[in-house]
Design a protein around this ligand. Structure first.
Ligand SMILES: *[C@@H]1O[C@H](CO)[C@@H](O)[C@H](O)[C@H]1NC(C)=O
Ligand SMILES: *[C@@H]1O[C@H](CO)[C@@H](O)[C@H](O)[C@H]1NC(C)=O
Ligand SMILES: *[C@@H]1O[C@H](CO)[C@@H](O)[C@H](O)[C@H]1NC(C)=O
Ligand SMILES: *[C@@H]1O[C@H](CO)[C@@H](O)[C@H](O)[C@H]1NC(C)=O
Ligand SMILES: *[C@@H]1O[C@H](CO)[C@@H](O)[C@H](O)[C@H]1NC(C)=O
Ligand SMILES: *[C@@H]1O[C@H](CO)[C@@H](O)[C@H](O)[C@H]1NC(C)=O
Ligand SMILES: *[C@@H]1O[C@H](CO)[C@@H](O)[C@H](O)[C@H]1NC(C)=O
Ligand SMILES: *[C@@H]1O[C@H](CO)[C@@H](O)[C@H](O)[C@H]1NC(C)=O
Length: 601
């Protein structure tokens, strides 16, 4: 039955699937229950159809102990290596830990759903142990097959299939999950829905690309099928959803090889820069836009570029029962006060455009239809900034609507860069530099391009690394540390996606979600940031978010890379040290580390 599923595809797909099985784990009991075991890739070529044939010859035992270990100050790592967390912590996300958030509930604004935002436990309440894979974890199926199929045991949650199967989000299929590409408002598949949105934004004359859409923010993205089916149009999507009743939706998205992160629009600015998207999409995204004087719509106004669209597919847009008409009226009032124009309302979808009409904005501001933000609301990095109920007037990046389409957009030098000390000459040499580095990296990793899909540049600067990967079968999360200058706006102006983050805290993602992490001078930036972002803290977080057999590329000072080389074995990483020329033609120390594929047997 399984092979029938794959027969629909090319023969190559079958080959891919078989190769993956080699890395599969067996739930043998040869070594007792407590010790993590490294099973080398070559121990078995037995078929994955027979799940009951343990083949542990060649397995090796580690000295690391399984123990629930918290972060202590000072940070000490045992001579046996970093402890391994007990199996039940296989989905541990420190800043979205339900049991910790429950202890805070009385101090949270539940009416604004503050409990869905990030809440990082204090250091001594964070685990300091390696997050193990779940039982029967398998190396993920590779892109593009992964768009439609992922291993069931890797995301062993049936809730979504039970409640959303009827809407064609996801179905169970033997050892796999099957994603037919549906969603609540696109039961008949995302491609048809995307075509309809194209029709609605162009008066039936074109598609979303011709409507000028190249970068999309998908709010409450589900399993991110919308993003997956925008890729053929070369439209990049930042998808996010909270960790809520829709169990593990972001984990499914990432397992599929689709860019996504955990986030919630609630009381703080989203970690994305202003003027970055040509479309914000909400398909039954479970956000009450009409509440609190439209404060959340004002956050969308911050994120949207001029002439960008807000696409809203939810009952108030089409139903006349209950209180939906009242909600609709509120939405119409709020959006017209912000000078958004309703351009289409059809089937189950309404679309507004954020007009570039300064006279309307000034007029409505004078009429007190909205408050105008102080300039500091839109300065620096949007990280941990409480939302204010105001509109940003007179954007500093008013040239943003003149951006060319992708892929030309990749080489846009945006004006803001000059202000942070990057001139056009440096921008161009940076682009060339990263093209070279990427080819060195793939040679040193000695890996097939198709083995790497989910990539994070942990200190992305102006996105040169991601631009160099543009023709590879990957997507890149460009992270700009919140304590750095805002270069993320420039990254978005190049048609790429990313987020601000503070690496003194864990990232908002599930364990085992990236194939490759790039840390270019990340450790040196955090060298004196104190407890919480010591070298070992960042290594632990890297290990958590990296898939087994995933790669880490670390470029930094010799002092830092040699320390990492020393402690890497305690994290069960294999490391190779290399030298590569940097932009100043000096030698940079470059580590290629690989996370071993181990499990608690
Ligand atoms: C590996 O494959 C060979 C050839 O197909 C077969 O003879 C052998 O029994 C297999 N080994 C295991 C452990 O399945
Ligand atoms: C998946 O979860 C179910 C119930 O939660 C459990 O019975 C089953 O053993 C799990 N399967 C694996 C492979 O972990
Ligand atoms: C979009 O418009 C085209 C041209 O009018 C039409 O053929 C197509 O069926 C429309 N698609 C949808 C999903 O409405
Ligand atoms: C579609 O055409 C109508 C009438 O010509 C016009 O008013 C409207 O702005 C157009 N909509 C779009 C999205 O171009
Ligand atoms: C919308 O605005 C109008 C005029 O300002 C006002 O009379 C009406 O009550 C508002 N409707 C809602 C639902 O807020
Ligand atoms: C700008 O807004 C004003 C007031 O809402 C409106 O009268 C005018 O037509 C708008 N201009 C454009 C170019 O849409
Ligand atoms: C940040 O920008 C300032 C100029 O505004 C520049 O002097 C400084 O070097 C920049 N910092 C970094 C880390 O690039
Ligand atoms: C890459 O894939 C080819 C064929 O698909 C295979 O022969 C080769 O060994 C692979 N290389 C690596 C480094 O995995």
């Amino acid at each position: 039955m399984l092979s029938a599923a794959f027969d629909l595809k090319s023969g190559q797909l079958i080959l891919v699937a078989l190769l993956l099985m080699i890395g599969a784990f067996y739930s043998g009991t040869f070594f007792g229950n407590n010790s993590p075991i490294y099973v080398p890739q070559s121990t078995s070529n037995s078929s994955f159809y027979s799940s009951s044939s343990p083949s542990s010859s060649g397995s090796s035992r580690f000295t690391n102990r399984v123990a629930l270990t918290y972060r202590k100050t000072p940070l000490l790592i045992s001579e046996f290596g970093v402890d391994v967390c007990p199996l039940e912590f296989n989905e541990y996300i420190p800043c979205h830990d339900v049991s910790y958030v429950n202890t805070l509930r009385s101090s949270l604004d539940l009416s604004r759903r503050e409990e869905l935002e990030r809440h990082c436990p204090p250091l001594e309440k964070r685990l300091f142990c390696l997050v193990p894979p779940p039982k029967d974890y398998k190396i993920p199926i590779r892109w593009p097959s992964s768009r439609d199929y992922v291993w069931r045991s890797n995301v062993n949650h049936t809730h979504l299939a039970e409640v959303k199967g009827g809407q064609n989000w996801v179905h169970e299929m033997n050892q796999l999950w099957w994603f037919p590409g549906g969603g609540t408002h696109f039961k008949h598949g995302a491609p048809e829905y995307i075509q309809r949105l194209g029709n609605m934004t162009t008066n039936e004359t074109g598609d979303l690309r011709s409507a000028g859409v190249f970068q999309v923010l998908d709010v409450g993205c589900g399993v991110a099928s919308f993003s997956a089916y925008l890729l053929p149009l070369d439209i990049q999507t930042m998808s996010f959803a909270p960790k809520d009743g829709h169990e593990n939706q972001i984990q499914f998205a990432l397992e599929r090889g689709i860019g996504a992160m955990i986030s919630a629009i609630s009381t703080k600015q989203l970690p994305y820069p202003s003027n970055s998207f040509e479309m914000v999409h909400c398909s039954r995204c479970r956000v009450d836009w009409h509440e609190n004087d439209g404060i959340l719509l004002k956050e969308l106004d911050r994120l949207l570029r001029y002439n960008g669209y807000f696409v809203y597919s939810a009952p108030p847009a089409y139903r006349k029962d209950k209180d939906f008409p009242i909600i609709w009226d509120k939405l119409v009032n709020l959006t017209s006060a912000m000078c958004w124009k309703l351009i289409a309302r059809k089937v189950q979808t309404a679309i507004w455009i954020k007009q570039e009409n300064q006279s309307c904005l000034l007029h409505n501001a004078e009429q007190n239809l909205f408050n105008v933000c102080d300039p500091d609301y839109d300065s620096g990095t949007s990280w941990n900034k409480p939302l204010r109920n105001c509109i940003i007037l007179g954007t500093s990046r008013s040239d943003s609507q003149k951006l060319p389409p992708r892929p030309e957009r990749l080489s846009v030098y945006s004006g803001g860069l000059n202000a942070i000390g990057i001139n056009e000459e440096r921008f161009i040499s940076d682009t060339i530099f990263w093209q070279d580095q990427v080819s060195h990296y793939y040679r040193l990793m000695n890996v097939n391009k198709t083995d790497i899909r989910n990539v994070m540049d942990m200190n992305a600067l102006i996105g040169g690394f991601a631009v160099a990967l543009n023709t590879f079968p990957v997507w890149v999360m460009n992270v700009v540390p919140a304590s750095m200058n805002n270069s993320l706006s420039a990254i978005y102006d190049r048609g790429l996606i990313g987020a601000f983050h503070d690496w003194c805290e864990p990232f908002s993602t599930y364990p085992r979600t990236y194939d490759l992490l790039h840390a270019n001078h990340l450790f040196s930036h955090y060298q004196n940031h104190g407890e919480g972002c010591l070298l070992e803290d960042i290594m632990l977080e890297m290990d958590r978010i990296l898939r087994p057999q995933g790669f880490i590329i670390i470029r930094d000072s010799e002092q830092i890379t040699s320390r990492i080389t020393d402690v890497a074995p305690k994290f069960l990483w294999e490391v190779e040290s290399h030298l590569l020329e940097n932009e100043q033609k000096k030698m940079d120390s470059v580590l290629i580390a690989r996370k071993k594929f181990w499990a608690i047997l």
